[in-house]
Design a protein around this ligand. Structure first.
Ligand code: G6P
Length: 615
């Protein structure tokens, strides 16, 4: 987590840095800070809270000096040291000569700190990061080496994960960037360079970027860029062209990114299948896995690894792969998998799912799977991020940038890509006829339109949210494809409205959750027409018999459930297997409206971050 930004060039750095921080706030918003190089000094401004707090604080400051053409900035998700002004980045070295912003964790910071304290260094914060600035200062002075060489030598002593951007008072026209484990991108403009944790702060200035690899550093000095490894081997960096559009990063008239992203789903689902299917021929083309497709086709078992919402998409995929492609599939939390000693057979295929492509646990689980000899496919949204770069093959979801911390459009885009993988596999394994494949693909092509229709439930969901906004708990129940959705619905409301919620398979209700049901317990049922419809209706009756408040997501035209449930939300009819695409919409909207009515910070819920780059 944490977002870092840097600028060096011919423009005023401050506005570029602040705007960049705003774009990266999804990575954490415990505190924000900026260091600007001006007239041979480094001025640091930092503040507890969001970037807007920092801007307010600086605006009201009479003695500010924020003019300068070089600067670095940071928005924090606290790991070492509570959120506070003193723990906010940038962190200066003891003399104030070196300034550092850092995303990651320095694991050996205590031993490094002890040595530095013995040498007379004094520390002002509780962070691991302050060790880096003091270590660079110590090496620069004692070894009498240049600024960039001091950074390099310091990094040889550091254990852990980092993306850092460093300034030195004595080298006002230099910025040093380095990466290991945490992401960093450098945008190349005309005699100017932009540094950031991802490309979103960069895209409005340039579409030419370099993604540093682990153990690489970039020295940007007097308008020139040099990339080398921290072992001092000079590299020839690959300059990539960004495909992202700036409009994708704006709210486009919506009050929150989350709502905008919910409404973008017809488009993002379409984009995630675009160019990959020909429904009339029953054909699927997944270019990203072509070179390793035999691994998928011959897999005796699929192992899916992910966290959070991506894990829920993985659980839906288990149902896809087993029911349609007849391939046994297990789904594991990456955070558990990485610390077990999992058994992986040569004919297993591992699929990792991640919106950000940066989740630390997912990345570590991927690496473990590879060490054990597995072929790993990725399903990621952020192009060029760490996970897709570490996999053997993969298929990108084309959801576009997702800014709201609670994942919405990335989830349905993941379902789309996983569904395509599943049909591709079923076709190659010949477990479905061409006719059946065509039928499924034709329905998949109808899904964006059905999601569009599902969005029409917004007003009725708003009214239901009004009634339920003060509830203290929610239960979400579903069977079959509805079960992972029940988990996802519960996660959404927990994340953004801070109401405790549990998702359960409806059949498990009598083994525990039913004890909680009374007139103050809303129970949300995923109750569309499906093979398990009657069973779900029976569970609903059991809840009603105990005075629970039933909210039912039903297939349009279902008059039966309307007689039982307190509130109904209608979604268009589709096949069982494609129901999750459509039924996700009311679940997302319910969480959104409840959170809005409770006055919660929807796009930046407390304690959460979008990209969890620490374990
Ligand atoms: C965080 C986010 C979730 C996301 C999860 C996994 O918890 O808040 O929305 O589902 O990380 O992230 P990933 O980027 O790997 O999908």
């Amino acid at each position: 987590m944490c977002g870092i930004v840097g600028y060096i060039g011919k423009r005023e750095a401050w506005p570029i840095l602040i705007k960049g921080l705003e774009r990266l706030e999804y990575r954490g918003y415990d505190s924000a800070g900026v260091a600007i190089m001006n007239s041979g000094a480094i001025s640091v401004y930092k503040k507890l809270g969001k970037v807007s707090e920092l801007s307010k604080f600086v605006k009201n400051k009479s003695d500010k000096n924020i003019s300068g053409l070089v600067g670095i900035a940071h928005t924090r998700w606290a790991t070492h040291g509570e959120p506070s002004d003193k723990n906010a980045h940038p962190h200066l070295s003891m003399s104030g000569d070196i300034a550092v912003v850092h995303n990651g964790i320095i694991e050996n910071y205590l031993s490094l700190k002890k040595v530095l304290i013995e040498k007379g260094f004094k520390f002002k914060s509780d962070t691991d990061t302050e060790v880096i600035s003091n270590l660079i200062e110590d090496i620069k002075k004692s070894a009498k080496v240049s600024f960039d060489e001091a950074v390099r030598l310091a990094l040889l002593e550091v254990v852990g994960a980092y993306a850092i951007v460093v300034l030195s008072k004595d080298d006002p026209n230099t910025i040093v960037v380095a990466k290991k484990g945490s992401p960093v991108v450098i945008g190349i403009g005309k005699e100017e360079f932009f540094i950031a944790s991802d490309a979103t702060p960069i895209i409005e200035y340039t579409d030419k970027v370099i993604y540093l690899d682990d153990n690489e550093m970039a020295i940007i000095k007097n308008g020139k860029l040099l990339v080398k490894t921290i072992e001092n081997e000079v590299k020839n960096p690959y300059i990539q062209k960004l495909e992202m559009k700036i409009e994708e990063l704006e709210k486009g008239g919506f009050p929150h990114f989350m709502l905008k992203e919910i409404y973008e789903q017809p488009r993002s689902i379409k984009d995630s299948m675009r160019g990959r299917i020909s429904a009339k021929d029953g054909m699927i083309k997944l270019g990203g896995i072509e070179c390793h497709q035999d691994k998928l086709i011959n897999a005796k078992r699929i192992i899916i690894l992910a966290c959070g919402t991506s894990w829920h998409a993985g659980l839906e995929a288990k149902y896809f792969f087993e029911e349609i492609a007849k391939t046994p599939t297990i789904v594991e939390y990456a955070s558990e998998f990485r610390y077990r000693n999992p058994v992986i057979y040569p004919d297993d295929l591992v699929i990792v799912i991640s919106q950000s492509g940066e989740t630390a646990d997912t990345l570590a689980a991927l690496k473990l799977a590879k060490e054990k000899g597995a072929t790993v496919f990725g399903v990621c949204n952020v192009v060029g991020s760490s996970i897709p770069r570490a996999t053997d093959a993969g298929v990108y979801t084309h959801a576009g940038p997702e800014i709201g911390v609670a994942s919405t459009k990335a989830f349905t885009a993941q379902l789309t890509v996983l569904f395509l993988m599943c049909i591709f596999l079923a076709d190659k394994k010949e477990v479905l006829s061409k006719k059946e494949i065509k039928k499924l693909l034709i329905e998949l092509e109808n899904i964006p339109e059905k999601v569009e229709k599902a969005l029409l439930c917004n007003d009725s969901v708003k009214k239901i949210a009004e009634k339920l906004k003060n509830m203290k708990n929610f239960i979400y129940l579903g069977r079959g494809y509805g079960f992972p959705l029940a988990l996802e619905g519960a996660l959404k409301i927990k994340e953004i409205s801070y109401i405790h919620a549990d998702g359960y398979p409806a059949g498990e209700m009598k083994h525990g959750p039913i004890a909680l049901v009374d007139e103050n317990m809303p129970v949300v049922f995923i109750a569309n027409h499906s093979a398990l419809y009657e069973k779900v209706v029976s569970n609903m009756m059991e809840v009603k018999a105990r005075k629970g408040v039933v909210v039912a997501i039903i297939t349009k035209g279902d008059t039966n459930i309307k007689k039982i449930a307190d509130y109904c939300i209608e979604i268009p009819e589709t096949t069982d297997v494609m129901m999750p695409f459509v039924a996700s919409v009311p679940l997302q909207l319910l969480a959104y409206h409840v959170a809005r009515l409770r006055g919660c910070d929807i796009d930046k819920p407390r304690n959460l971050a979008k990209s969890v780059t620490v374990e």
